[in-house]
Design a protein around this ligand. Structure first.
Ligand code: NAD
Length: 290
């Protein structure tokens, strides 16, 4: 039985908000850290509206909804996470940003605290070695949207201890009720190593004028029964995140098919990031980029 009761979540964008929500739904105490008050308000709003939607759709009882809200707290001060049993970082997919956060958490938290990263592609060993506790640093890769998607990849580095892996796997499977698969510490882990080259192929197909974005996506939805096409999926992930994952995978494997296409990089530069910014390969009038 896991003794993880108090969870810190650093970064509450699309993923961190979802992770905080599922932990609070499970009755755990959750402390969410964002960088400034505006982002804290946006995070609170994101989590509350998602819980409200689940309640309206009958996917949550009033009791679980109210308990989840009562178990969530928000802060801009990283030091407030000092008493957590587990801290999950879900900041932007940038190695420097993540190592800064993990090094600071290493200073602040107690010796027993496990530090997890929701990175999609950055080697866990690089993150672990930024701390003095690489044996208690692990990859915990949730999927988007977190309250809906049942999978979590657990990623151990060469330094992660079996006790850490066991505690975290038990926590994810038992407390959160998610399905765990385990992966070695290779850029992209299992799912993105298979998925991202496919998404990049769709971007290259569009870039070369081979077919329109709508037709590429309709092809995979209607021809292969995928719930969404590759360009809509890249928009959902976020084009900045998709490009960052591709860059990590290319850096590790030097496979040309992993290199981010120029169109993707130009769209990131133009801050056309997909659903979260309101436009990507398709338009999203409800975009929420702040
Ligand atoms: N988007 C996806 O589909 C997906 C899926 C699985 C994993 N991930 C991974 O999850 C992580 C976050 O992705 P996202 O899609 O939520 O990104 P996002 O852009 O929606 O959110 C990132 C958040 O991190 C915050 N942040 C940045 N630095 C911070 C700091 N020092 N302290 C606290 N907050 C900070 C930002 O304010 C922002 O709200 C990335 O590592 C990404 O690779 C993303």
């Amino acid at each position: 039985m896991t003794n993880i009761q108090k969870v810190g979540v650093v970064g509450a964008g699309q993923m961190g908000a979802g992770i905080a929500e599922v932990c609070a739904r499970a009755g755990l105490d959750v402390l969410v850290r964002e960088t400034d008050e505006g982002r804290v308000d946006a995070a609170r709003e994101r989590v509350s509206s998602s819980l409200g939607r689940a309640l309206r759709k009958g996917k949550l009882t009033h009791e679980v909804h109210d308990r989840a809200i009562a178990h969530l707290r928000y802060t801009t001060d990283l030091e407030d996470l000092s008493g957590c049993d587990l801290v999950i970082e879900a900041v932007v997919e940038d190695a420097d940003a993540k190592t800064d956060v993990l090094a600071a958490l290493d200073e602040i938290t107690g010796d027993e605290t496990i530090l997890a990263s929701n990175t999609s592609s950055i080697p866990i060993i690089n993150l672990g070695m930024a701390t003095g506790r690489a044996d208690r640093v692990i990859g915990l890769h949730f999927f988007n949207p977190v309250p809906v998607m049942s999978l979590v990849e657990v990623v151990t580095s060469l330094k992660t201890s079996p006790q850490t892996a066991e505690a975290v796997t038990d926590f994810v499977a038992t407390a959160l009720g998610k399905q765990v698969i385990t992966s070695q510490d290779r850029a992209g882990f299992v799912v993105n190593a298979l998925l991202v080259p496919y998404l990049l192929s769709a971007v290259r197909m569009l870039e070369s004028g081979f077919a329109t974005a709508s037709d590429i996506d309709a092809g995979m939805r209607l021809g292969c029964a995928h719930p969404m096409g590759p360009l809509e999926l890249a928009d959902l992930i976020g084009l900045d995140t998709t490009a960052a994952i591709a860059e990590s995978m290319y850096e590790e494997f030097k496979e040309p098919s992993y290199a981010p296409p120029a169109l993707l990089l130009r769209m990131v530069k133009a801050r056309q990031l997909g659903r979260k910014s309101g436009s990507g390969f398709f338009a999203y009038p409800q975009g929420e980029l702040r």
